[in-house]
Design a protein around this ligand. Structure first.
Ligand SMILES: Nc1nc2c(ncn2[C@@H]2O[C@H](COP(=O)(O)OP(=O)(O)OP(=O)(O)O)[C@@H](O)[C@H]2O)c(=O)[nH]1
Length: 766
């Protein structure tokens, strides 16, 4: 749509809304629903339903499709994730969702006085620390819709949990704190949602808190996250006065009564809010028109717009990733959660509205669109593994076909046939046995050997789903057992955690022979050390955490290496010629091997060995022995011997060739640079910034938020050890910070020199 037409259209929209006939008039009578919990037969007004009926009339891809009965069933499924910055209230919100949907009988708070803890934080450590460590899956029914939910951790050290959840979900709720607004981890989570094209709703939580300002948060979503969004609700009172919400689409006021907000009352919009409601409704229609031509056309043609039409337009714009409807409330004070559930059903897509692709291994990884039919060939992705009470539990998202208990599945990667001994639907740490699971569902199977990211089929196709993004660990520490006789238990724990969490790695330090564990941060590693102690009864001694440096080259360097050995028996002969160079900055690969040889100087059967030799050499750069990345190896020539050439000879030739030319390629050391966000009262801003400068950080933003200063900086992880204690003493305990991986970048010359000298000293003393 042209800019001029659009401007005209908006002007028209404003005048229609101002005249007040764009939406139905406010309801004239108050309706009270004294519906007790659980609300399975909730007498919701038919025009504003939590049931699937409303979807049947939508102008979405579903409409044409609903000729097939399975599509009708699918319309009633929502697979959603709840993600946000730390402590925004995801778990508290999920607890209410489970309560209102009748999944649990009572509400328990995170760190609540009853000591029980929220259902989704089922691990002891989660309950003690009041943080979510692992994502937990559950399911519930709202009206006649089935909602599968994954509650994910907020702390950036557990980011893989968010990553894998978003890979398999169709929609998400981004929870934001009405005081904290868009915080650093909200930006990360939003980026992850973008990566997997996940349509989302926003829920501004904690409207009861002092300083709550949902409009400030909406402004931040527009500016910081660059989303087209608008509120679909307006709060009735804020902070202590927060009593209810006005639904801007249906022009009704909602109040949440009863001990747990389970009794909903609708009423006319309070007189003192009518002007604000008209204003915010206009803002909503403007924002949706920007994302939906159909709604925009209605304005242009001067047609009245009903609540139903506005709702359909919001749905089209949301599922099309062009708009984010913003809900609000207070999970803790039991306000607004039921309306959010309606929003999930009304505005987020069902499984068949999301296009999913797979790669056909029989056709050189050709992309194949999945129909989402339960009658098609089975395609399921293993997105999470967990050691359960009864063996390995594998979480699967079924994309096509049906899994039945007792059926055979084939792992596309290994070709192995596996019988499905037990199929369950998860509810945090509880499970329900089921006989079959259809496309669109998220379930778990027991006793199936596989790795995270493996695809299962029924054997009639060789499809693989693309897997998720796995970030590289940034921190390591040496770990040994306190006593000698617990070795087997220790290995068992490490093997299990490594298998479950792709961001947790274990290796042996070749020099010291020590076991090294690596992960996403201090908290991540601390949690595993504690879990080894609690779950495997193994006490450990850990070394000082250290950062994961890497090495890379900055210029091209030639190699020409002949590996020749002829001392008795069969000799070894292999010559490789070529160059190494840095990969382009935007390259997604970390290593590339190109064979640019003309002719057959080296027989093609040795190419794999040569590539392997270079890969092996890259495991340990000669500056400080850390992995080398962002490297391209180009082979241009070489020589072989009819008798003495072998795979081993060429592998060794590659290994030595790399060592020969590495120094000439001007290698540098890269260190993890973190994005640190610090929030502290204004009076401490100066000392916080001064301290960041001393830590060789670079301030990238600083703003005022109420009485607080929010400082964003890029700081080398190596200089961030012990920061929480330092910040606490610097700000009289009033400062808080979050930190997440930003990128690896070259260390300054003096630091490089120091690191290289230390490495040499250590090597000489060994
Ligand atoms: N005042 C107020 N407090 C809330 C609200 N929702 C949650 N909280 C509190 O905020 C704290 C964090 O809540 P959680 O539900 O654990 O937050 P979370 O986002 O799941 O936390 P992580 O998973 O650790 O990131 C707890 O103390 C909650 O009681 C709310 O609506 N109002």
């Amino acid at each position: 749509m042209g800019r001029v037409v659009y401007q005209r259209l908006l002007a028209r929209a404003r005048s229609i809304v101002a005249r007040g006939h764009a939406l139905p008039p406010p309801s004239s009578s108050s309706r009270i629903f004294d519906q007790p919990h659980p609300p399975s037969s909730w007498p919701w007004p038919p025009t504003y339903g939590c049931n699937g009926r409303r979807l049947a009339g939508l102008a979405s891809p579903l409409e044409e499709a609903s000729k097939e009965p399975w599509r009708d069933a699918m319309q009633k499924i929502r697979n959603i994730g709840i993600s946000a910055h730390i402590d925004s209230g995801k778990t508290t919100l999920t607890e209410r969702v489970l309560f209102y949907t009748g999944r649990i009988n009572s509400i328990h708070e995170v760190r609540g006085k009853d000591g029980v803890g929220a259902k989704m934080d089922s691990m002891d450590l989660e309950r003690e620390k009041g943080i979510t460590i692992q994502s937990a899956a559950t399911h519930c029914t709202w009206g006649d819709n089935q909602i599968n939910i994954i509650d994910t951790p907020g702390h950036v050290d557990f980011t893989i949990e968010v990553e894998r959840a978003l890979r398999v979900l169709d929609g998400a709720v981004l929870v934001l704190c009405s005081v904290g607004g868009v915080q650093s981890q909200s930006i990360t989570v939003d980026r992850q949602m973008r990566r997997y094209n996940v349509p989302r709703l926003a829920f501004i939580n904690k409207l009861d808190r002092a300083g709550a300002d949902p409009w400030k948060v909406i402004d931040q979503v527009r500016k910081k996250l660059r989303h087209n969004c608008a509120a679909v609700q307006l709060p009735i009172g804020l902070e202590n006065e927060h009593r209810g919400l006005v639904d801007l689409v249906h022009d009704r006021a909602f109040y949440f009564n009863g001990v747990h907000g389970e009794t909903i009352t609708t009423a006319e919009i309070p007189i003192d809010l009518t002007a604000a409601v008209a204003d915010k409704r206009r803002e909503l229609i403007e924002a949706v028109s920007e994302a939906d031509d159909e709604l925009a056309e209605m304005f242009l043609n001067d047609e009245p717009i009903s609540a139903d039409e506005l709702e359909k337009a919001i749905r089209r714009a949301t599922t099309g990733l062009r708009f984010i409807p913003v809900f609000m409330g207070s999970a803790f004070k039991n306000k607004g959660v039921q309306l959010l559930l309606d929003g999930v059903v009304n505005f987020l897509p069902c499984p068949v509205e999301v296009s999913n692709f797979t790669l056909d291994q029989n056709k050189k990884e050709e992309k194949v669109a999945l129909s989402g039919s339960p009658e098609g060939p089975l395609v399921a992705l293993a997105f999470k593994l967990e050691e359960g009470r009864f063996g390995q539990l594998t979480y699967l998202r079924v994309y096509e076909g049906t899994i039945r208990r007792g059926d055979l599945m084939v792992n596309s990667k290994t070709g192995k046939k596996i019988k499905v001994p037990r199929l369950v639907r998860m509810h945090a740490d509880d499970m329900e046995d089921i006989q079959e699971a259809h496309a669109g569902e998220i379930v778990a199977v027991f006793g199936v050997e596989c790795s995270t990211g493996d695809t299962f089929t029924d054997g009639s196709v060789r499809y693989t789903m693309t897997s998720m993004n796995v970030p590289e660990p940034v921190m390591s520490l040496a770990i040994t057992t306190a006593s000698k006789d617990v070795g087997p238990q220790f290995s068992k724990a490490l093997n299990r955690f490594q298998k479950e969490d792709p961001t947790f790695r274990v290796c042996l330090d070749p020099d010291s022979g020590q076991t090294i564990i690596s992960g996403m941060g201090e908290l991540h590693l601390d949690i595993y050390v504690e879990r080894i102690r609690r779950e495997y009864k193994v006490d450990t001694v850990v070394g000082k955490p250290r950062v994961n440096f890497r090495e890379t080259v900055t210029q091209r360097a030639e190699f020409d290496y002949l590996h020749k050995k002829q001392s008795g028996g069969q000799g070894q002969y292999g010559r490789v010629v070529g160059y190494i160079e840095p990969l382009p900055e935007d390259s997604e690969k970390k290593f590339e091997f190109l064979n640019m040889m003309i002719g057959q100087a080296i027989p093609s059967q040795f190419m794999v060995a040569i590539e392997k030799g270079f890969i092996e050499a890259c495991n340990s750069g000669s500056l400080i022995g850390h992995p080398v990345e962002n490297l391209r190896v180009v082979l241009t020539d070489g020589a072989s011997h009819a008798v003495d050439s072998s795979e081993l000879a060429f592998k060794l030739a590659a290994l030595y060739a790399f060592r020969q030319c590495y120094a000439a390629a001007r290698p540098v050391i890269l260190e993890p640079l973190m994005l640190v966000e610090i929030k502290a009262p204004m009076e401490f801003q100066g000392s916080v910034i001064g301290d960041i400068n001393r830590r060789k950080g670079m301030i990238v933003g600083s703003e005022q938020d109420g009485d607080d200063a929010v400082v964003n900086a890029h700081v080398p992880l190596n200089n961030m050890f012990g920061y929480s204690t330092a910040l606490r003493s610097m700000t009289q305990g009033k400062g808080e910070f979050t930190m997440e991986y930003h990128q690896h970048s070259a260390v300054p010359q003096d630091v490089q020199l120091q690191l290289v000298t230390n490495f040499k000293k250590k090597a000489d003393s060994n």
